[in-house]
Design a binder for this molecule. Structure first.
Ligand code: HAM
Length: 427
C-alpha cells in the first residue's frame, strides 16, 4: 500500500518552496525594518499553557488541539497558535526586565489545529506573526496593523481590507457580557448546544459560532461598541486617529470578536477581496491582549500582535495574479563529450560554483544532445561545451541560450566571464 499524506497537511515541492522562501524573506525584512527580532519557540508546549492562554471555552481548546501524553506522562499539545508560547518565553526568560521596552518579536512556523480541512484551512499551517510586549500606547496598535498591511502590499496584494473593532477593557467587556446574556437568554434553545453552553461559560463566544452564524439573534445582538466605557472609547479613538494619520483605510466591524479569549481593546483582521477567494478570506488576525502576561505568570504588562498564514497569503497572491519567483533557471550547464571531458566538467562545475555561480552537469550518462536538452529544461542561461578539441586547447565553447551566440573562452577565464555576464543581467 502506498502511503498518503495526513489529511489537512501538504507537501511544499520545489517550484513552490521558492515562493514560500520569498514571502517569508519579504516579511522578515520588513519586521527587521520595524524593529522586530525573531523568536523561536518549541512546536509543543504544556497543554495547560493553551488552556490558560487561549481560553478553555474557545473552539481551539475544546475541539481543535492535538494533545498527547508523552512517555513521561506529561500532557503536551502541538501549538495551535504562537502568542501564548511567545508570552510564556517572555515570562520564563524575564524579558520584561529588559530596559528595551516594548520588546518586539516575530516568529514563523507551523501551527496545528484539528479543523475540517477545506480551501485555505489546514491542520498544519504556517503562521508568520509578531508580538509587541510592554506598550499600551495606541500608536503601537497602529504600528502593528501598519506592519501587517505593509507585508501584504510589499508582496503586491492590492485587494485587501483592514477590519478593526474594540472589545474595550475588562469593565466594558463585563457590561457587554451582561447585555449578551439578556439578549440570548430567552431564546437560547434556538441556538446550537455549544452556544447554549457558551451562554453560561463565555457568551462572547456565541458571536463567532460557525453553526449559528446566520441566526437572526446574531444580527440583533448588542454591539460591544455601545458598551465601551469612556477610557476604552478614547483609546479606540486614538487608534483610529493614528491609522487615519498613516493613511491606512479601515472599516469597523462591531462583530469582530476573534476566536481567542485573550483579547481586549483593539482587534483586527485583514481580509482578501480578490474574486473567487471565498471561504478563507481572513488572511491575518490580531489584537491587543493586555492581561495575558499576568495570566501566564508575569507582571502586569500590555501586549499586541498578529498572525497571518503563509498558505492563505500565497492563495491570495495567486487569486490576484501576482507572479512570484519559482527558483527556476541556472547560470550555466557544463556539457561534456567523452570520458576526458567528463573529468574536466566535474572539476569546472565545482570551480564555477565556488565562484558563486549556479551551475550543473549531467550525472546520468546522457549523450551530448540529451545534455543540451537537459540544459534547456533547467533553463540554463549558458551552456559550456567541452570535448577533446576544447580540452587540447583549454578553450571552451560557450553558448548563450537566449541568443544562440557562441563564444570561445579559455578555461581559466570562465569564472570571470560568467560572473561578469550574470552581474550585468542582474543590474
Ligand atoms: P487566529 O485568528 O486564530 O489568531 O489565526 C491567525 C491567522 O492564522 C488567521 O487569520 C488565518 O490566516 C490563519 N489560520 C488560522 N487557522 C488556520 C488554518 N486552519 N489553516 C490555515 N490558516 C489558518 C491567532 O492565532 C493569534 N495568535 C493571532 C495573534 C497574535 N493575536 C495577537 N498576536
Amino acid at each position: 500500500m502506498a502511503f498518503q499524506i495526513p489529511r489537512g497537511t501538504q507537501d511544499i515541492l520545489p517550484g513552490d518552496s521558492e515562493k514560500w522562501q520569498y514571502v517569508e524573506q519579504v516579511a522578515r525584512e520588513l519586521c527587521s525594518r520595524y524593529g522586530y527580532r525573531e523568536i523561536r519557540t518549541p512546536i509543543f508546549e504544556h497543554t495547560e499553557l493553551f488552556l490558560r492562554g487561549v481560553g478553555d471555552t474557545t473552539d481551539i481548546v475544546q475541539k481543535e488541539m492535538y494533545t498527547f501524553e508523552d512517555k513521561g506522562g506529561r500532557a503536551l499539545t502541538l501549538r495551535p497558535e504562537g502568542t501564548a508560547p511567545v508570552v510564556r518565553a517572555f515570562v520564563e526568560h524575564k524579558l520584561y526586565g529588559s530596559p528595551n521596552q516594548p520588546l518586539k518579536l516575530y516568529y514563523s512556523g507551523p501551527m496545528f489545529r484539528y479543523e475540517r480541512p477545506e480551501a485555505g484551512r489546514f491542520r498544519q499551517f504556517v503562521q508568520f506573526g509578531v508580538e509587541a510586549l510592554g506598550s499600551g500606547d495606541p500608536a503601537m496598535d497602529a504600528e502593528v496593523m501598519a506592519l501587517a498591511m505593509h507585508i501584504y502590499e510589499a508582496l503586491g496584494l492590492k485587494r485587501i481590507r483592514l477590519v478593526i473593532n474594540s472589545l474595550g477593557d475588562l469593565d466594558s467587556r463585563r457590561a457587554h457580557r451582561e447585555a449578551l446574556v439578556r439578549h440570548f437568554s430567552g431564546r437560547i434553545d434556538e441556538l446550537c448546544a455549544d452556544c447554549q453552553a457558551r451562554l453560561e461559560t463565555n457568551p462572547l463566544r456565541i458571536l463567532d459560532c460557525k453553526k449559528d452564524r446566520d441566526h437572526e439573534l446574531m444580527a440583533t445582538a448588542p454591539s460591544i461598541l455601545d458598551y465601551l466605557n469612556d477610557e476604552s472609547r478614547a483609546y479606540f479613538e486614538k487608534v483610529k486617529h493614528y491609522l487615519a494619520m498613516l493613511g491606512l483605510p479601515f472599516v469597523i466591524d462591531a462583530r469582530l470578536v476573534r476566536g481567542l479569549d485573550y483579547y481586549n481593546h483593539t482587534t483586527f483582521e485583514i481580509m482578501s477581496e480578490a474574486e473567487g477567494f471565498g471561504a478563507a478570506a481572513t488572511l491575518c488576525g490580531g489584537g491587543r491582549y493586555n492581561g495575558l502576561v499576568e495570566e501566564i505568570g508575569g507582571p502586569e504588562m500590555p501586549g499586541i500582535g498578529f498572525a497571518l498564514s503563509i498558505e492563505r497569503l500565497l492563495a491570495a497572491l495567486e487569486a490576484e495574479g501576482v507572479e512570484l519567483p519559482t527558483g527556476e533557471g541556472i547560470d550555466c550547464y557544463v556539457a561534456a563529450l567523452g570520458e576526458r571531458a567528463k573529468e574536466e566538467a566535474v572539476r569546472l562545475v565545482y570551480q564555477l560554483r565556488r565562484a558563486g555561480l549556479r551551475v550543473d552537469q549531467d550525472y546520468v550518462g546522457r549523450k551530448l544532445k540529451a545534455q543540451l536538452k537537459a540544459a534547456d529544461r533547467l533553463k540554463a542561461a549558458f551552456v559550456v561545451m567541452i570535448g577533446d578539441e576544447e580540452l587540447d586547447k583549454q578553450i571552451a565553447t560557450v553558448k548563450e541560450m537566449a541568443s544562440g551566440e557562441q563564444t570561445n573562452v579559455p578555461f581559466g577565464e570562465l569564472a570571470s566571464f560568467f560572473t561578469e555576464r550574470t552581474r550585468r543581467e542582474g543590474e
